[in-house]
Structure formats: C-alpha cells, structure tokens
Design a protein. Sequence first.
Length: 289
Amino acid sequence: MQHSRALTQKSASNLALAFVLLPREKRDAMSALYAFCRAVDDVADEDSVPTEKRREQLAAWRTDIRCACENKNPQFVLNQEFAPIIQQFKLPFALFDELIKGCEMDLDTLRYENFEQLELYCYRVASVVGLLSIEIFGYQNSACHDYAVYLGRALQLTNILRDVKNDAARGRIYLPQSELKKFNVSEAEILSGKFSGNYFQLATSIAARAKHYYQLAQKTLPPEDRKAMVAAELMGSVYWQLLLKLECGRFDVFGFQPLKLSKPHKLALIFNSWLRHAAGSTSPSYGQF
C-alpha cells in the first residue's frame, strides 16, 4: 500500500482528510481508491500532453483496472495494490468504467449546454466515487446508493463554483450555457474573470441546486447506516461549509486569494465529526438553513 498511501498523503485533499475517521483496513482501502481516482484525473488534466496521448493513457488505465476487477494481473503499481481490495469489497468494473468516461469528458467537452449534460459529468466523476466508497464503508440499506449519488452531485457542484477561475484559465466552463444565457453572463466575462451582479445571481442559482442535493442526501441516508457513512458525512460537512463560505463571499472567486477553508477549520470539522460519531449522533451536519 506504500504507493497509494504516499499519493493520498501528498495530495492533502478534503477527501483524504476524511479517511482519518475510518478503521485501518477501510482507511487503506479508501487510500487505494483515492490513488486510482487521482491517477486517472491527473492523466485527463495534464494539458501539456496531447489529447490523443491522454486518451490512450486513460484507455490503458481502463484495461488495467479491468484486469484487477477480473482477478487477473494488473500492470500498474497502484492497481496491483488496489486489486486485493477490489476483490475483497467486490468493486465492479462498470463503475470504474463510468469514472474513466467522466475523465474522458474532460478531454472532449469544454462547455455544457444544460444541467442534464452537467449532471452526467457530476455523476461520473463524483457520484461514482461515492458508489464505490459505500461498498468499502459497508451498508445495510440499498437507499445508500441514492445517498451517494445525491451527495456526489452536491460536492461536485460546490467544486465547480469554487474552481470557476482555475477552470476558465484552462478554457473550461462547467457552468451550463443555458444558465449563462438566463442570467445574461457571457463566456468572455467568465474567461476574463469579470465579477458582476449577474454572475452573482448565476452562481446563487447553481448553489441553490447544490443545496438541494445536500438536503436530498441527508433525507435519503438511512438512520441505520449513518455511522457507517461517517467519512462521507464529514465530506458533506466540509463541502457544505465551503459552499457557505463561497456564498458569504458572493461567489467572487476571481480575486488573487482563492476562497477555501483554512486547515484549522477543517481540523475542527474532523474533530466535531469524531465527537458526533462517538456520541452516536444522528442529527445532520449539513444541508440545514
């Protein structure tokens, strides 16, 4: 597990922080899953590599993870570490295939016409990760599948609002074209980093959709599985607080300093989640107004 652990620790991502609440076996399993997700995402995002080369690399990852899922011998080191975990938790190739399709969308799609197209992307790059994660966490009620889908959409929409500036610098606009037209915001404004009252209204609309999915996730999570989903719930709490911070800043992400949660704030959320978990709390930690 040394390569998976090293990549996870190096990333210092919000997702990786959530693993500290898990027992060692599941923490290692999630590190292996995260390392795979990070690796294929990095392939798609490496703009210095020609698009067709990245497409070939993603195809190679697809072939190799299929080997791991079929209990054959994968060639990539990360997948070699991941293979026993895939077999232990019966993680299906179909979900990994969907995840890679999401990465491939980043090669081909720089604009999304409507929410239907965007939510397919959110499902593939975020909800699918949730569906794989709940197999590792363990659950009793199949409603956890819907929970994973809703929470994934909420987290990804929050990410999109946070990363508008960075995505625009790479020529990508994830905010749906239909919403830009509705709120009279031009592509040129997004690409040049121009903040306006119209943009604020646009971002507020996207945030309302994200909040809706946070609420659906909370309502859908079965009470008997709330403890098992402690790491996912921490993710929900962290990204909910990030969304509220974006809202307080009027979603103006075009400044010099990126809007993000401080490390002390994240650590406080982790500690609070641990206390809630230890006390057996079932009250929601996000999605409340």
